[in-house]
Design a protein around this ligand. Structure first.
Ligand code: AMP
Ligand code: ZN
Length: 471
């Protein structure tokens, strides 16, 4: 599989460290609010990546953190803890908020057929592991204590900006959001590993540490949780593109300084879902959730289909019109599948050819729009319906669009509708007309047709015989 690696800025042949297992880490949600559909775009594409790797024969071990402490209002370590903000907003405790929004997140994932990672770890459950890494970084001279907090010293690194050539502009993000600069930092890019002092003294969750009672920084969570479950070498790390800097940049800085060697080989970043006014974000106030789409009558699968139609490395623009188009295309696709009959044998050669096309779409940097095109290729293929159904079922292991289940539901619905509209009296009249026509008694046949017309029934002559419908 060729994947674009944000670290090398190139598509590379994906080769895990060990052939036995792909070690995959995903930055999880900050559980202070509902996930918006932009966040969920990232999780959908990561889900497709995991399922593609499994489809291609890899065994995958996937870990995700739940950020329930330490993620401050600005990614540059300033402002209030987002969890505390959420708790105040809803007049609840931080742990109540964390539980509520963790459950809501996985309920949304369920609706979108996003598989749960093998391991899900809330950050508050790994404080000892974080402290151990921070101690190691201090011992090795990569971290310092200032003004009550422990900071990572970015000047000790040969190269800090590993993804891009960022400049000081990047750190101005925090300033733009109206947050003061932290004067304890020796270098502008230094970041907090452990807080004991903050302007927000009402921080709810605190733990003992060698530097006083406090709480971990956001970045250390992902390094600590990943190392705890996946060891010192990671194959692939995923997240939204906004996480590349500073979050992932800082994860690499601290992990590699602590371990003394390269940590993660591939970085997979999903680009943003934007609205016509810019990136969808919670700080802007208004944002869309899966529940809201459902309230408006959309099937969550239509949103998943919408995401799969575009490449993960392109920004995707959300509009109701775009979603409507995707919903309609999904409905039509399912309708076509519903017309397939479970007939004939599976033609293994034809099936292999169809699968080849699908696999080459995945292998080409997870080209999901081509993978969706492969679904239409199946429907157009000159082969048995049984082969087509086998191919669609197979592809849906990765795309997870509920294709066969939705098609079955369509068939059931039309059968039910047919049964509900059945009427023996009309059937008898239609049969009598057919007999009259056979006997060349066209006057009688026309009379019956007019009688039915007066009852609001239209006769449709088809090669399979006369059918009727109410008009
Ligand atoms: P958060 O819960 O804020 O930590 O974000 C969860 C995930 O969603 C992270 O991987 C972010 O990079 C990603 N993300 C945030 N905003 C967007 C967006 N508008 N489109 C796609 N992904 C996003
Ligand atoms: Zn992370």
């Amino acid at each position: 599989m060729y994947l674009y690696n944000s670290l090398s800025h190139k598509k590379e042949l994906f080769t895990p460290n060990s052939p036995d297992v792909v070690k995959m880490y995903t930055c999880g949600p900050t559980v202070y609010h509902f996930a918006h559909i932009g966040n969920l775009r990232t999780y959908i594409m990561e889900d497709v990546l995991e399922k593609s790797l499994r489809y291609l024969g890899y065994n995958v071990k996937r870990v995700m953190n739940i950020t329930d402490v330490g993620h401050l209002a600005s990614d540059a370590d300033t402002g209030e803890d987002k969890m505390l903000k959420g708790a105040k907003r809803e007049n609840k405790s931080v742990m109540e908020i964390a539980q509520y929004y963790t459950d809501a997140f996985f309920a949304d994932c369920d609706k979108l057929n996003i598989k749960k990672p093998d391991i899900i770890q809330p950050a508050t459950g790994c404080i000892a592991e974080f402290i151990q890494i921070v101690e190691g970084l201090i011992d090795k001279g990569f971290a310092y204590f200032a003004g009550g907090n422990v900071y990572f010293d970015t000047s000790k690194l040969e190269k800090y900006y590993v993804f891009n050539d960022h400049d000081e502009e990047d750190l101005a993000i925090g300033v733009r959001e109206g947050v003061e600069e932290d004067t304890n930092k020796r270098n502008k890019n230094d970041f907090v590993l452990w807080f004991t002092k903050s302007k927000f003294e009402d921080q709810a969750l605190k733990w003992e540490s060698p530097w006083g009672v406090g709480y971990p920084g956001w970045h250390i969570e992902c390094s600590g949780i990943s190392m705890k479950y996946l060891g010192e070498d990671l194959d692939i790390h995923c997240g939204g593109i906004d996480n590349a800097f500073p979050h992932h940049t800082n994860e690499i800085a601290q992990s590699e300084s602590y371990l003394g060697h390269k940590w993660c080989n591939y970085w997979f970043h999903v680009h943003h879902l934007n609205t016509d006014t810019g990136k969808m974000s919670k700080s802007k106030g208004e944002f869309l959730t899966v529940s809201l789409l459902q309230e408006k009558g959309y099937d969550p699968m239509a949103y998943r289909f919408f995401c799969l139609q575009s490449h993960y490395r392109r920004n995707l623009v959300f509009s109701w019109e775009n979603l409507d188009n995707a919903a309609l295309a999904y409905e039509k696709l399912v309708g076509k599948i519903a017309n397939l009959k479970e007939e004939g044998n599976v033609d293994e050669t034809a099936l292999a050819a169809l699968k080849d096309r699908f696999i080459s779409a995945l292998n080409g940097d997870l080209n999901t729009s081509l993978a969706v095109t492969a679904l239409y290729d199946v429907l157009k293929a000159k082969t048995t319906d049984a082969t087509k159904l086998a191919a669609l079922e197979s592809f849906d292991q990765v795309l997870s669009l509920n294709l066969l289940q939705a098609a079955k539901a369509v068939r059931q619905k039309s059968e039910e509708e047919e049964a509900a509209s059945a009427d023996p009296e009309i059937d008898a009249l239609v049969a009598a007309r057919t007999e009259a026509k056979k006997a060349k008694n066209f006057q009688e046949a026309d009379r019956i047709r007019d009688e039915l017309k007066a009852m609001g029934i239209e006769i449709i002559d088809t090669p399979q015989g006369a059918k009727w419908r109410r008009v």
